[in-house]
Design a protein around this ligand. Structure first.
Ligand SMILES: Cc1cc2nc3c(=O)[nH]c(=O)nc-3n(C[C@H](O)[C@H](O)[C@H](O)COP(=O)(O)OP(=O)(O)OC[C@H]3O[C@@H](n4cnc5c(N)ncnc54)[C@H](O)[C@@H]3O)c2cc1C
Length: 443
């Protein structure tokens, strides 16, 4: 059996040396936040700014969830894709959603700048790319939908792709100048430091075991509790375990890997002068990006869908690791000898309509939640943090209405398992044929 150089979190960050203490007393705060990822920390910062006392309870350390494991694309996308938005909603509503996603990117950019968070942000935009000319039809539909929605998308035909210096496996694309790529570990580390500096009480290695439906609300942990006027569920894909908002977030596990740094010659060989984030036009997309250390990070395409809504702690996924490395080597044949240095995995929290859900629950309407970022959490968690901070204080942020809708939860098992596996099977078959044709192109 082959083994993989595996990182149980990701190569973006390690457990911090100065871990914050774990909770070992019964304390009170104005607000208790469960989860110390982007959502929890942004919300905590908003509440501190308003002068409230905030306790953030994090079962591991800040960044151990999706916030420290992701691919680092800062994109202005929302919903499944732009053509689907146009099919599902009236044009005004679709525009509103797109503007929300674009504004979220601007906010994250402004936040990084204002607080001088050094997170290797490269605002080079992102490209949705075809690996075979048959995907061009889809790209054109995306470009048209983008235009109808007022987005500044540029369709890049085969010549334009080569002129741009995009890597050779990608035969055409749609360029979106909004956003770029980031080091997600540095972002969450910077946020954590800022939150601590602003007086947020962060408790790490502190798992909330029970969140009582009471007024005040009580979050109980193994060796202490927090009693507060309001609670915020910022647990994203891990929400189900606590028993709140079960079946709202559908967990999907995905694998990632990072190569060794490319030499100047290797970089020259692949091109990629624009250093855009690239994701493919497959049904189950592949993603490729360069890092500040000139490695390539790739993942996506293959997923593990569990039975039920609980996520497992282990993200060692040898089967998926083998597959993503194989696809990477096939695409980047100019780099035959490059070593893949690290593999890791992470849980993505999807909603049925691929959009985040904001709300309040509990008998006393004091348990607020912002969950289900469906792969776009880097920008959208910041926006969610703003909306949650307002909502907890009894106010409605002007942008909250954009996320307002009847959020449909996924069906119980075994229906969810059957439906998601059927859908994933269909998508994989379609992608398989595209990849077969892409292979034939090269021969
Ligand atoms: C592999 C991967 C690639 C991705 N790529 C991108 C991308 O390129 N761009 C993008 O925008 N988004 C991407 N995402 C999604 C993005 O990472 C998430 O949307 C975002 O991190 C969500 O942040 P969060 O704070 O809501 O959740 P998290 O970061 O998951 O934080 C939730 C926290 O809650 C803690 N927790 C859970 N239960 C409890 C409990 N009972 N008690 C105490 N603490 C608890 C967890 O330990 C965790 O730290 C990706 C995700 C993954 C996994």
């Amino acid at each position: 059996m082959s083994t993989f150089p595996f990182n149980p979190i990701s190569p973006w960050l390690n457990e911090p040396e100065g871990l914050q203490p774990s909770l070992n007393a019964d304390i009170t705060a104005d607000v208790v936040i469960i989860g110390g990822g982007y959502t929890g920390l942004y919300t905590a910062l908003g509440l501190r700014e308003a002068g409230l006392s905030v306790a953030v309870l994090e079962k591991d350390f800040s960044g151990a969830g999706g916030s420290g494991r992701n691919s680092g694309y800062v994109d202005g996308l929302i919903g499944k894709d732009f053509p689907s938005l146009l099919k599902l909603y009236k044009i005004e509503r679709a525009r509103e959603l797109c503007n929300f996603a674009r504004e979220a990117v601007q906010k994250v950019e402004a936040f990084i700048k204002t607080h001088n968070i050094r997170c290797e942000y490269e605002p080079n935009g992102n490209i949705m790319a075809a690996v075979h000319p048959k995907q061009i039809k889809k790209l054109k539909k995306v470009a048209e939908a983008g235009e109808a929605l007022g987005m500044d998308f540029t369709y890049l035909g085969p010549e334009a792709m080569r002129e741009r210096g995009a890597p050779s496996p990608f035969v055409a694309g749609v360029f979106d100048a909004v956003g770029g790529t980031i080091n997600p570990g540095l972002l969450v580390t910077g946020l954590r430091a800022l939150a601590i500096a602003k007086g947020v009480q962060l408790f790490e290695k502190t798992e909330v075991l029970d969140l009582a439906d009471s007024q005040p609300v009580v979050a109980r942990c193994k060796e202490g509790s927090v009693t507060a006027e309001a609670a915020v569920l910022a647990t994203n894909v891990y929400a189900n375990k606590l028993g709140w908002k079960k079946r709202l977030v559908i967990p999907i596990c995905t694998a990632m890997c990072e190569t060794a740094p490319l030499t100047a010659e290797q970089l020259e060989a692949i091109g990629w002068k624009g250093r855009e984030g690239i994701y493919t036009a497959h049904e189950q997309l592949e993603n490729y990006r360069l890092t500040a250390r000139n490695t390539i990070i790739t993942g996506g395409k293959y997923v593990k869908i569990p039975y039920g809504y609980q996520v497992s702690d282990t993200t060692y996924l040898p089967n998926l690791f083998t597959k993503i490395e194989k696809v990477f080597r096939e695409r980047f044949h100019e780099l035959p000898d490059i070593e893949v240095k690290t593999f890791w995995g992470g849980w993505i929290g999807m909603t049925l309509d691929f959009m985040p859900a904001l709300g309040v629950t509990g008998k006393h309407r004091n348990i607020h939640y912002g969950l289900g970022f469906s792969g776009h959490g880097i920008p959208q968690t910041l926006m969610m943090g703003e909306l949650l901070a307002e909502q907890v204080q009894g106010r409605v942020h002007p942008l909250a209405k954009v996320l307002k809708r009847k959020v449909i939860t996924a069906p119980p098992e075994p229906l969810k398992w059957l439906a998601s596996h059927t859908l994933s099977g269909v998508f994989s078959s379609l992608d398989y044929f595209t990849d077969q044709q892409a292979r034939q192109l090269k021969q």
